[in-house]
Design a protein around this ligand. Structure first.
Ligand SMILES: C[C@@]1(CC(=O)O)c2cc3[nH]c(cc4nc(cc5[nH]c(cc(n2)[C@H]1CCC(=O)O)[C@@](C)(CC(=O)O)[C@@H]5CCC(=O)O)C(CC(=O)O)=C4CCC(=O)O)c(CCC(=O)O)c3CC(=O)O
Ligand SMILES: NC(=O)C1=CN([C@@H]2O[C@H](COP(=O)(O)OP(=O)(O)OC[C@H]3O[C@@H](n4cnc5c(N)ncnc54)[C@H](O)[C@@H]3O)[C@@H](O)[C@H]2O)C=CC1
Length: 216
């Protein structure tokens, strides 16, 4: 069974071997996460060339050579060459470096999931490599269940949570449990962030005006 984890890549050195369309997809996700990206590939697609031209990524314009994984926290091998993938895999295994090989799951120490982002809310789907297409189709379905309103709502709930924890340390779980009601979810599903916040505020205001004994 795969261990699900959300990895912090801010300012971490990441290496992508290969520069085709699959490499480009992985590079964009790494950049979104704040990673420093180096691409080693004799050729790259237009999108990656443009990112290299403006200094968003470093492009080393040649094939992979021994030692290229040195200093990398995480590596993606996205070439169409099994020899190269094997060489990258051996280096990463020896150096304990996290590795994703896009067409050889047996070499991967992690898989990239299909992802929905709504601000800090992340919904990630994996099929354990059985069907990436099913992962994508499920994402497309779930995008309707999680409209953009979730991003702003989560910001609001996050700051309210900090307030509740400091004001009602003895009853924080009880209060937190009460404030997200089924009506809040209905409002969010209609992408109505104002209504969702109003509902939460209403429940919290009622609690503040009549806290049960021993709540604070
Ligand atoms: C193991 C894994 C390794 C990894 O890449 O991490 C892997 C492996 C392989 N993918 C293949 C094919 C396709 N992959 C996609 C799409 C995605 N693939 C992604 C992840 C993963 N793909 C990991 C497992 C994830 C899991 O656990 O489910 C997603 C979720 C994330 C991302 O890549 O960013 C992204 C969807 C993003 C989105 O839109 O939400 C599509 C559809 C499309 O392109 O739209 C197809 C064609 C249809 C099909 O084959 O199903 C092939 C055969 C290659 C060939 O035969 O040529 C292999 C190799 C093999 O299976 O042996
Ligand atoms: N995991 C996934 O989500 C998916 C994986 N795939 C698989 O991913 C692989 C890559 O797909 P594409 O990007 O479409 O292929 P592509 O052929 O467009 O790209 C391959 C890249 O590897 C580079 N390359 C070749 N030899 C190299 C070397 N020695 N060192 C460094 N770079 C080298 C090439 O210059 C090229 O940029 C394919 O094998 C494909 O079957 C395909 C679809 C989805």
């Amino acid at each position: 069974m795969l261990y699900p984890a959300f990895i912090k890549l801010e300012n971490r050195q990441c290496l992508v071997v290969g520069g085709g369309k699959v490499a480009a997809r992985k590079v964009k996700m790494l950049l979104m996460c704040g990673a420093k990206v180096r691409v080693v590939s004799p050729q790259v697609v237009e999108e990656l060339a443009a990112l290299a031209a403006v200094g968003e990524i470093e492009w080393v314009r040649r094939g992979f050579v021994a030692g290229d994984t040195a200093g990398a926290f995480l590596v993606v091998s996205a070439t169409d060459d099994r020899e190269v993938n094997g060489q990258v895999a051996r280096e990463c295994a020896a150096g304990n470096i996290l590795l994703n090989v896009v067409d050889q799951p047996e070499f991967c120490s992690f898989y990239v999931p299909s992802v929905i982002r709504r601000g800090e809310l992340t919904v990630a789907i994996s099929t354990g490599g059985k069907s990436p297409l099913l992962a994508r189709k499920l994402r497309e379905k779930l995008e309707k269940v999680f409209p953009p309103a979730y991003g702003e709502f989560l910001e609001y709930l996050g700051s309210l949570r900090r307030e509740i924890i400091s004001r009602y340390p003895a009853a924080k779980e009880e209060v937190l449990d009460k404030i997200v009601t089924p009506e809040v979810f209905s409002a969010l599903e209609k992408n109505d962030v104002a209504a969702a916040k109003e509902l939460v505020k209403g429940v919290y205001d009622r609690y503040r005006s009549e806290p049960p004994d021993g709540a604070s």
